[in-house]
Design a protein around this ligand. Sequence first.
Ligand code: UT7
Length: 329
Amino acid sequence: MSKIHAIITGVEAFIPEYILTNEELSRMVDTSDEWIMTRIGIKERHILKDKDKASSDMGAKAVERLLEKTNTKPEEVDFLLCATVTPDMQFPATANIIADKVGIKNGFGYDINAGCSGFLFALASASKWVETGTCKKVIVVGTEKMSTIVNYEDRAVCPIFGDAAAAIMLEPSTEPYGVMDCLLRSDGMGRKHLHQKAGGSLKPPTHETIDAKEHYIYQEGPAVYKHAVIDMYEITKELCQKNNLKTEDINWVVPHQANKRIIDSVTQRLGVPPERVMINIQKYGNTTAATLPLCLWEWEKQLKKGDNLILTTFGAGFTWGAIWVKWAY
Ligand code: UT7
């Protein structure tokens, strides 16, 4: 029997309307467009302003659009996997809330929290459900209302993040396209550099934790930066060597969008020229689990069947990894 591959058959996104510019941020904290552009490479990011809307609402919009685009009925979906660090609630899983909002009733779903590597880890995991023949129509959605955990008084963090959602459809194929290989890594020691101090079982929310602003992102930027540059490069190199992929075989690198300097440094070391690297950080900032599918969505029209894509991420955990995808349409 020929091997079943998990192929991507569609991608869609939802981006909230409100644009938070560097100029507006400069009025909120002691920063400047020049600093943010030079050190991070972000011009603007989108923010979900509606107080009564959450990650699931953006995720549901992206999934609704995906269902329409791929001509799929909600009842045909057998698995919805949601990657997020900003779930609507501690429980139940945001995947279940999205499924309910779009009418997916005949399947199952759960969330993955792998920080900024969330979508990559989710794609690797979901592909296994397809490859084993268990699932036929799988949706992987990355959705983040990062603005709910960003301290807009902390100039070292607030320029970085944005809100968005994007989703892909995965289906089985006996043709050799889709997810070809995955390498994932994590190291919990990295938690000291990037975490949320309160709100979990270690430090449940109290008036004191709120006053101390411990429900916001805590990040030691330079330490994270150093690991991101080294680990994304090493894991991508390892994946390429394992699969005998030369630099010239890579049509696109799809990197996590955390800092333009990280992307440049990783891809320069890999020897991949900028015109083969997907970069949209300047428009959306770091949307955590949504960055990779947001890139795929923006570049979809330029992609050709058979293109070799290398997706690579680094995030809280620490988590990092690389996936080789052969584009299927
Ligand atoms: O996606 C999850 C994984 N996260 C990442 O990959 C993020 C990795 N880290 C980074 O991208 C960078 O470390 C940051 C963008 C977070 C920070 O950039 P940096 O070049 O590493 O700056 P720094 O933290 O070393 O700070 C340099 C200086 C400091 O001033 P002093 O102490 O040298 O006087 C900061 O206070 O820049 C100052 N600074 C700012 N100045 C103007 C920090 N943030 C700002 C700001 N505007 N927004």
